[in-house]
Design a protein around this ligand. Structure first.
Ligand code: B3K
Ligand code: ZN
Length: 882
């Protein structure tokens, strides 16, 4: 598992597998300490592959081989070789049955990959390459087989035994042991294998598919969580219906199972018929989960469900194609959430995430194309680029094709590739064939890293009534690659008249009168100009409506233009974006000149947005949220950590000073006395109310603290409680300590709620936050072995608290370095994630750079480093091309 200077895997080296596996029979004798795994594989030579040396090389890691037999004949050791990561058989026939028996140790598995123990449960995580920790296999996604799984276990400890597919019988074996058999009729790659064993509470429901088939839905949770499943189950049924209506996709097995586990490296996993979830994305009750938790559950439940077609029925040929399933499935879940909730708010949230996580990634040492062409450890490539930028690429194609052609294209994709392991080209070819469009140039988006910059200039010819927009695109190539040339970029544009109304966008070439509103321009060259004719006065352009492409737009808006767009743009996304640009501009100005005045126009616009009772509260809250410190830092050549913090806090003070009574009125007007509902309207009201409370708490005066403490004490729902707690903690003192204490005593037994208790302390603006975080490492409820707990404390501090993490003395960096080295031998995936908080080290002042670099060098010097951490540390230092 540990090695220095591990090899790089390249896309160009892809070869079809020499052997195929048609059928897999697995038998597990499950126990936490030692589990025995028997595998019987029906194998044959792949007629489509080039014949190699005749050897069969099976992947396997940390397996104790007890026996290997070929067509029933046990092999003597001379006929095979065991390497640390492989079992090699010499001279196998063209068709044969291979049987192996191995021992594995779930309880000792702290990496949470393969078969592991979570609490009293046994469960698996195989994507990307965890199956090789369960049995010897061809662990690659283009080997698809039919599986039968038999689970044998102690009946008392493991009454529930689950695996992929349909249930195929149970047996009592006597002596307190029992057996369950599962059969999956659909061929699948081994990364979709799963099993779960434990004492679980079952929540059952049913779903009738569009064609009338009955599907049993079951959610499995630890018994104490039996009353936190309603929202997840409702979300699942909505997702199933939506996929039928929007994509014509029906579910295909008799049962759909979801298990919630407490120890999980990421959000959830789409194993065929048996999703395994981080409990965080299943369990919700109004008093334990926030609005954001409710929305996250809806999105992740849907995402994993949608994978059944985009990922499972049609899978990836190799791991370089990861975005084939992830980009498309994220696009699908984003659209689902937009349909279930508030479309503009959802788009704003998604773009916020893209700008906050993907843009920096794409500009830093770990930048890679949506389809990477090289990796050391594939687990490092489950990134914002592959997921979120990948989703934007599918969104652009959907937009270029239009809804009807896009539906024809996805229908074609499902019909043509069902049961196959395919590539991104296969997907895009379906887009082309169904629409007759040529997407050759569009394919560059998948191959080129870096965020394109679009510089826009305009001219106005008053005499001729002609307005010309000129677009210049530029992508700074990343990761030592040459530029691939200009991209095909869809840019949705509107033109506003002096009253803020949309004008028709007519060019001299148009034969028919174009409608007023948005026009989709398609840029294909380095520079493109559009001449809009028949205008009476110079319009104000509304550029990149709905964020129609993942690019940065540079256009020299005046402050007045931005105020105008904020007030009038018919595109909700661009109204918000104008406000963000304006606030960003003002904040950056105040970083340079701390005494700069806040323009009256800005305060007036904020007042209007705050008090505009006709506007959607959720959108008002978005508009009034200032850009984050991290986002502001990304806009600077050298990140001024303290200057940004001061400027942002200063502007918040100024807003409070100018709008105190309005904020108070908005707070009062949006208090919701009724019972909790997770509807978009109710969520929006709470967002606006808590935003107002945040501003009111900005100078920590007694009246505000009392108001906040009262909201905390009222305990109406977790959204309101945690918002109040976070604000109290930022102000500090006795009210904060009292609230923290109350919260802890109330929720000590609920791990997901306790995570929030750790997180609010790690996120605190207070100067002594690192000391507190360090003390919390020793808290009885803290453990490095639970990824959620670790993310709540260490992750939140290092990634979401820039002013404290980047303290000038380097204490934050040392803290992170210590945690990464402590964690790497236990759980390399999480250690590597944490380390990415240092990715942007070159953007800071020389003193901070030196301190961050010292931590990276200290890490990369360690002999026995995981591939995961080695890859991130060495690339971040620039020792290897990304
Ligand atoms: N496919 C999984 C992610 C697996 C991550 C492996 N390191 C969850 C998802 O995207 O749905
Ligand atoms: Zn996914």
């Amino acid at each position: 598992m540990y090695r220095n200077r591990p090899p790089t895997i390249h896309l160009k080296d892809y070869r079809p597998p020499e052997f195929l596996i048609d059928r897999v029979e697995l038998r597990f004798e499950l126990a936490a300490e030692t589990t025995r795994v028997e595998a019987s594989l029906e194998m044959r030579r792949n007629p489509a592959a080039v014949r190699g040396d005749g050897d069969l090389r099976l992947d396997g890691e940390q397996l104790e081989l007890e026996q290997v037999a070929l067509d029933g004949r046990p092999l003597p050791p001379a006929e095979y070789r065991i390497e640390p990561e492989a079992l090699i058989l010499h001279h196998v026939p063209d068709r044969f049955r291979l049987e192996t028996r191995v021992r594995i140790h779930p309880q000792r598995n702290t990496a949470l990959e393969g078969l592991y123990q979570s609490g009293a449960l046994l469960c698996t995580q195989c994507e990307a390459e965890g199956f090789r920790r369960i049995t010897y296999f061809l662990d690659r996604p283009d080997v698809m087989a039919r599986y039968t799984t038999t689970l044998v276990a102690d009946k008392g400890r493991y009454p529930v035994l689950l695996a992929n597919g349909n249930p195929a019988g149970t047996e009592d074996l006597g002596g307190g042991r029992h057996l369950a058999r599962w059969e999956d009729p659909f061929p699948k790659p081994c990364y979709l294998f799963a099993l779960v064993a434990g004492d679980l509470h079952e929540v059952a429901d049913r779903f009738t598919t569009a064609s009338g088939r009955e599907v049993a839905l079951r959610l499995y949770v630890e018994p104490e969580n039996h009353d936190k499943c309603d929202h997840a189950m409702r979300s699942l049924k909505q997702a199933m219906r939506w996929d039928e209506e929007r994509y014509g996709r029906e579910y295909d097995l008799e049962v759909y199972l979801i298990v919630a586990v407490s120890h999980f490296n990421m959000g959830a996993m789409e194993n065929k018929g048996l999703n395994v979830f981080n409990a965080k994305y299943v369990l919700a009750r109004p008093d334990t989960a926030t609005d954001q938790d409710f929305l996250g559950i809806e999105a992740v439940i849907a995402h994993e469900y949608f994978h059944n077609w985009t990922g499972n029925r049609i899978t990836c040929r190799d791991w370089f194609q990861l975005s084939l399933k992830e980009g498309f499935t994220v696009f699908r879940d984003q659209e689902f959430s937009a349909d279930m909730g508030a479309r503009d708010v959802k788009r704003i949230a998604d773009v916020r995430t893209l700008r906050a996580r993907q843009f920096p990634e794409d500009a830093g040492p770990l930048a890679h194309p949506v389809r990477p062409d090289a990796y050391i450890e594939i687990n490092n490539f489950y990134t914002a680029t592959v997921y979120e930028k990948g989703a934007e690429l599918v969104r652009m194609q959907a937009r270029l094709l239009g809804p009807e052609a896009f539906r024809r294209a996805t229908d074609l994709y499902f019909a043509r590739h069902d049961g196959q392991a395919v590539t991104i080209e296969d997907f895009v070819r379906c887009m082309e064939e169904a629409s007759g469009r040529d997407l050759t140039q569009f394919m560059r988006w998948y191959a080129q890293a870096g965020t394109p910059e679009l510089t826009v200039t305009d001219t106005w010819d008053a005499a001729g009534g002609v307005y010309t927009l000129t677009f210049r695109q530029r992508t700074v190539p990343r990761a030592n690659r040459a530029s691939l040339g200009p991209l095909h970029i869809p840019v949705a544009v509107g033109l506003l008249d002096a009253d803020g109304r949309d004008l028709p966008l007519r060019t001299a070439d148009d034969t028919a009168e174009p409608p007023s509103g948005t026009r989709l321009l398609e840029l294909r060259r380095d520079e493109t100009s559009y001449r809009f004719v028949g205008l009476r006065a110079r319009p104000v352009p509304s550029l990149l409506r709905g964020f129609s492409a993942p690019v940065k737009v540079r256009y020299d808006y005046s402050d007045d233009d931005l105020l105008f767009l904020m007030a009038h743009d018919s595109d909700g996304f661009n109204r918000w974006d104008a406000a963000q640009t304006l606030a960003q501009r003002l904040l950056l100005r105040r970083v340079a000149e701390p005494e700069a005045q806040v323009p009256a126009g800005f305060i007036a616009a904020f007042r209007r947005a705050l008090t505009d009772a006709d506007a959607d509260p959720a959108l008002r809250a978005e508009v009034l949220t200032l850009p984050s410190e991290a986002h502001l830092g990304e806009q600077m050549a050298v990140v001024d950590v303290d200057g940004i913090h001061r400027a942002r806090e200063g502007l918040r003070h100024a807003i409070l000073a100018a709008l105190r009574s309005e904020l108070r009125a908005v707070y009062e007007a949006h208090r919701d006395p009724g019972p909790y509902a997770s509807t978009p309207a109710a969520i929006g009201r709470r967002a606006l109310k808590n935003l107002a409370l945040g501003y009111l708490m900005q100078d920590g005066d007694q009246e505000a603290v009392d108001l906040c403490a009262a909201q905390f004490d009222a305990g109406a729902n977790m959204t309101d409680v945690i918002a109040a707690l976070g604000l109290l903690v930022d102000v500090g003192g006795a009210p904060a300590e009292r609230a923290l204490d109350t919260f802890y005593r109330r929720w000590a037994a609920d791990p997901l709620v306790l995570d929030k208790w750790f997180a609010v302390q790690a996120a605190s603006k207070r100067p002594d936050t690192l000391a507190r975080v360090e003390a919390l490492l020793g808290h009885e409820a803290f453990t490095l072995r639970n990824p959620n707990r670790l993310r709540s404390l260490v992750g939140v501090f290092c990634s979401l608290n820039p002013v404290r993490f980047h303290a000038a003395d380097g204490a934050g960096y040392r803290f992170l370095g210590d945690r990464v080295l402590e964690l790497d031998p236990l759980n390399p995936q999480i250690a590597s994630r944490m380390l990415q908080a240092l990715a942007r080290w070159r953007r800071y002042d020389p003193a901070r750079q030196a301190l961050m670099r010292a931590q990276l060098e200290r890490i990369v010097a360690v002999e026995e480093l995981s591939k995961d951490v080695y890859e991130v540390a060495s690339k971040t230092l620039g020792e290897r091309p990304a």
